[in-house]
Design a protein around this ligand. Structure first.
Ligand code: SAH
Length: 404
């Protein structure tokens, strides 16, 4: 055994129950409380621990989280590796390198760090032009906060790191919310360019870190299909798909969201782009479940519809109720879709698999008495990679459908 591995094993350690080392062997980064036989030493929240098999073999180095059912999250599957500031900086550098080619004159936004899938459990960092918005949701991320902020602030061109560690899941790790500037000063009106379209982004009060970067590739697909079409964008947030469709030559677009702030930002986003005619877009602040019924009863029809709801099922426990909601919105959308029209429909629910989602949408098509083809399966953009050992990372699934 190397000297560093030996050293690691003399610090705090988590010993797994017999035959519970399979998931670590498959490079899954979560150690659940139920798999743990024994905790050696007295590790505190965020402390680095060795993960050890029942037989004593060191398997990995992880961050300990006493409050969470996910009791430890693996930093590295090399038990001899030292987790220090240099380790964190190296991981962030590798993550940023994957995204470097995604920035050019038409794009200045991308997710730089995608948590577990970038080897940084519970760490998300989104770059919006010169600003990085950071979200920490794990005890380990919290412990390494300074190193993470430092590494992000040191990336070329970054002038501010703003923290949005206010996600609900932090409570599961026993962490209080934290928001505010972590480095530098936010510019007064942060904005990005995606595919040549300008969008305002609000890191302070926007949803998630301010913008749904995961839909970038899908917005481009919608744009390519939009020419001459009458578009409906349900759950539009700040208008991402709507502006993409208008830029692609949509005849007109109607967009629905229940958030007044999102609608206000969406309207402002149209105004930001001189090439877009505000007269071609209509924005409706409403509950989509109610407003889609109103539209259907009024006999509305569309040629291109986007349905991108919020996470109805964060975990599998919510899957049944979520299934009803997904079916409802997709049924209403399909009923208003002209023959030959296209529907881009999504689920970002961890608790609903791609297979289940497809079944739900198929059920909606049966009820709508519509013949529907899958033209393409959709997922998150390439700045949201999925580690092969961590299938949970593949949360966004979508279908591009055509009504016969
Ligand atoms: N497609 C968007 C992201 C959508 S996120 C983009 O590309 O940017 C989901 C959106 O659904 C949020 O903006 C949220 O405000 C909205 N929402 C949540 N519940 C809703 C409801 N019942 N009716 C309408 N909008 C809702």
């Amino acid at each position: 055994m190397s000297r560093s591995a030996d050293r690691a094993r003399r610090g705090p350690a988590v010993r797994l129950k017999p035959a519970r080392d399979r998931s670590v062997a498959h490079r899954h980064p979560w150690i659940f409380a139920g798999a743990i036989d024994d905790v050696v030493g007295d590790p505190q929240s965020g402390d680095t621990v060795s993960i050890v098999a029942a037989g004593g073999e060191a398997l990995a180095v992880a961050a300990y989280s006493p409050a969470s059912q996910i009791r430890a999250r693996v930093w590295t599957f090399d038990p001899g590796e030292t987790v220090d500031d240099a380790f964190i900086a190296d991981r962030i550098g590798r993550a940023a390198a994957l995204r470097a080619p995604m920035f050019d004159s038409k794009h200045d936004a991308a997710r730089l760090v995608h948590g577990e899938s970038d080897g940084l459990p519970g760490v998300v960092a989104d770059r919006y032009a010169n600003v990085v918005v950071l979200q920490l949701t794990s005890a380990g991320g919290e412990r390494r906060r300074e190193a993470i902020v430092g590494a992000l602030a040191a990336l070329p061109g970054v002038t501010a790191v703003y923290e949005r560690s206010d996600a609900e899941v932090r409570t599961l790790e026993g962490l209080p919310p934290r928001t505010g500037a972590a480095s530098g000063v936010l510019p007064p009106d942060p904005a990005i360019v995606e595919d040549g379209i300008a969008y305002g982004v609000d890191p302070i009060a926007g949803q998630k870190t301010g913008f749904y970067l995961d839909q970038r590739d899908n917005r481009r697909i919608v744009r390519s299909l939009a020419r001459g079409r009458r578009v409906l964008n349900v759950f539009c947030y700040t208008g991402g798909f709507t502006l993409a469709a208008l830029a692609g030559g949509a005849a007109r677009a109607m967009s629905i969201d229940s958030s007044a702030d999102a609608i206000a930002q969406a309207r402002a986003n149209v105004a930001r782009n001189a090439s877009l005619d505000p007269a071609t877009s209509e924005w409706i602040e409403a509950d989509a479940f109610v407003d889609l019924r109103r539209l259907r009863n009024a006999g509305a029809s569309f040629d291109l519809i986007v349905v991108d709801p919020p996470k109805f099922a964060p975990t599998a426990a919510h899957a049944e109720r979520a299934a009803r909601a997904y079916k409802d919105v997709n049924l209403l959308a399909l009923k208003m879709l002209e023959p030959g029209g296209m529907l881009a429909t999504f689920s970002c629910s961890g608790g609903v698999s791609a297979e289940l989602f497809q079944k739900i949408v198929a059920g909606a098509a049966v009820d709508a008495k519509a013949d529907v083809q899958i033209v393409r399966k959709l997922g998150a953009s390439a700045d949201h990679p999925v580690a092969l050992g961590f299938p949970e990372g593949e949360y966004l699934k979508g279908l591009l459908l055509r009504r016969a």
